[in-house]
Design a protein around this ligand. Structure first.
Ligand SMILES: CC(C)(COP(=O)(O)OP(=O)(O)OC[C@H]1O[C@@H](n2cnc3c(N)ncnc32)[C@H](O)[C@@H]1OP(=O)(O)O)[C@@H](O)C(=O)NCCC(=O)NCCS
Length: 151
């Protein structure tokens, strides 16, 4: 983690003043699957939440997630701006989510088969691969791998 002032902001119900920053981070780090601001607003109205990471006042990382069922949540997106990678941001965001939902809650997520950095991250965090969805992704077309962190 960088030595400067870092903090986390939890967003629920809507992106509020952080909307543009969230859209920019999403576009920069997840091109091809980034959401427009209106989509963030709609999804957050129906339960999607965000943990945003700041260096000073600058947003550099986010994790978005949603409760799926009793005892089960899904991570939808996780992204860290390139200059801030390999400094523990992703681990910190996942750790914050797990602390927030409690150790009894399962976490699911899906990622591209080719995304080896993310797979390495999730395996290190105790997730296991539990399935594959053929050609789940478009732009480019690719299988999705389903990961789970159990209780
Ligand atoms: C994947 C991503 C979120 C990782 O964020 P990060 O803040 O750099 O990750 P961390 O610093 O917390 O790394 C934790 C561990 O993950 C693994 N890891 C992270 N990036 C890695 C890479 N490029 N190659 C191999 N392992 C990697 C390592 O085990 C690392 O531990 P270490 O640094 O002690 O070796 C970031 O690279 C990213 O935003 N990528 C583009 C978007 C994306 O693919 N999101 C995930 C799918 S939604």
């Amino acid at each position: 983690m960088p030595s400067g002032l870092v903090s986390l902001v939890e967003l629920k119900g809507g992106p509020g003043v952080w909307g543009e920053a969230l859209v920019a981070l999403d576009r920069e780090n997840l091109p091809g699957e980034a959401w427009e601001l209106a989509t963030w607003v709609d999804f957050m109205e129906v339960g999607v939440q965000v943990i945003l990471g700041l260096e000073g006042q600058r947003p550099v990382a986010f994790l978005s997630w949603q409760p799926l069922d009793q005892g089960l949540v899904e991570i939808l997106k996780l992204a860290v701006t390139p200059a801030s990678r390999r400094q523990g941001w992703a681990e910190r965001l996942i750790g914050t989510l797990v602390e927030k939902i409690g150790p009894q809650t399962k976490v699911w997520l899906e990622l591209r088969e080719s995304n080896l950095p993310a797979q390495t991250l999730y395996l290190k965090q105790g997730f296991v691969s539990i399935g594959r969805r053929k050609q789940y992704y478009s732009n480019p077309v690719e299988d999705g791998l389903l990961f789970e962190k159990g209780t």
